[in-house]
Design a protein around this ligand. Structure first.
Ligand SMILES: Cc1cc2nc3c(=O)[nH]c(=O)nc-3n(C[C@H](O)[C@H](O)[C@H](O)COP(=O)(O)O)c2cc1C
Length: 196
């Protein structure tokens, strides 16, 4: 009887854990003066918050003042790892620089290891061809960091979704952003047992 009670308790705890809302970080990849990534990140967060299915927060690499890997042990590195450790999944806001991702994002990826493992991620990218080349490079890196990257990938065009420095996304992206978030939440929950 005691054994059954224990088993029931364990099962209900596991069920509760599976249904707890995930913490998803919306990571701004670029840090340059005049960047548009905060506009894109806020747009994704507004869509995400309307869903009510997870805790979404903007995580701005710029706030951590990260040194280049191997060039000193700034306090930002521990803070960065601490923030990532709190998160169950990510949405990377990716901009295309010279057919790849921004150096700021690559460096931030290199400055953590375990904190990335067994988590899910989606990509929202932008560039002249929707940032597709940068996003594909990021997918290769995510494999090495054991981040499960989902299939659906909203791609924003510098020609059709921006007007000068203003961000004017087309309505068509709303559905893809939501589909991507469905997948990040599903995989982020499924991977929970591996994060224990
Ligand atoms: C150094 C540099 C290289 C760039 N190279 C590309 C490129 O190869 N392909 C592309 O589509 N856009 C390229 N762009 C345009 C950027 O995608 C665009 O400026 C975007 O707004 C950058 O993101 P950010 O404003 O968040 O920094 C480049 C921009 C910079 C600053």
């Amino acid at each position: 009887m005691r054994f059954l009670k224990k088993l029931w308790h364990k099962q209900s705890e596991e069920e509760k854990n599976m249904h707890e809302k995930l913490n998803i970080g919306i990571i701004l990849g670029s840090t340059r003066e005049g960047r548009v990534s905060p506009l894109v990140g806020e747009w994704v967060k507004t869509i995400a918050d309307q869903r009510g299915d997870a805790h979404y927060e903007i995580v701005d690499i710029k706030d951590y003042q990260l040194p280049l890997l191997g060039e000193g042990d700034a306090p930002g590195i521990a803070k960065w790892n601490g923030k990532l450790a709190e998160l169950d999944g990510f949405v990377f806001i990716v901009q295309e620089y010279n057919h790849s991702l921004a150096a700021s994002l690559k460096n931030a990826l290199d400055l953590a290891r375990e904190a990335w493992n067994n988590k899910a991620a989606g990509i929202v990218s932008y560039g002249s061809t929707g940032g597709a080349r940068a996003a594909e490079h990021l997918r290769g890196i995510m494999g090495e960091l054991m981040i499960a990257d989902v299939r659906t990938h909203p791609t924003l065009s510098l020609f059709h979704d921006f007007t000068g420095q203003e961000f004017t996304p087309q309505d068509v992206h709303l559905e893809t952003v939501n589909l991507m978030l469905d997948q990040v939440n599903a995989w982020g929950s499924a991977l929970k047992p591996l994060r224990k």
